[in-house]
Design a protein around this ligand. Sequence first.
Ligand code: NI
Ligand code: MN
Length: 225
Amino acid sequence: MLKLSFYGQACFAVTHKDTVLIFDPYLSANPAKAIMPCQIHPDYIFVTHGHQDHIGDTVELAADGHAVVITTAEIGRFLASQAEGIKVEPMHIGGAWRFPFGTVKITPALHGAGVPGGVACGFLISLEEITIYFAGDTALFSDMKLIGRHRKIDYALLPIGDRFTMGPEDAAEAAALLDARKVVPMHYNGSAHTMQDPQYFAKLVAQCCDSEVIIMLPGETINLV
Ligand code: NI
Ligand code: MN
């Protein structure tokens, strides 16, 4: 059984048996204060880009040399330069790789890298028959319709906050392009710049596609089915 936990902004964890994957681990400075870094012991840390609300506590979480960071090459180099012993599995846009827990493919994201010379990305992850698309911070782009063409997306985690990423209207269009079974909104209500009503997003999605919207509160965990 896979579990998905939401910790506010763009931070999620996927737990499968004893393996913990964490995405964009913005924990100690996250206003949601769902958990502190000492309360989670990830095996893999996925970082979409170098903005502080995504890199978050990556260095602290990876510094003991247990967790492996999966990210793009430039962000990986930046993270490895921040402390001794940080293990990075660099990848890049369009590439896939099989890890012990499942398959990861790096997807494009239209957003700043947060480090010189890099790019922001998203992740398409398949484990235990479940495929999750973690969009990262991104604008809407029409190639989203290609992301789920080989593997049906079960869960799409999409930003709806606007100002820095897609807003609710574009994110609803993204849900339609992705043709995901279920959609979880993220990256909203973390600051005065990104105040959104997730119910409004759910209404827009219902008007344009068959995806089911699951609204998760920070600290909430669901079973992935
Ligand atoms: Ni960002
Ligand atoms: Mn962000």
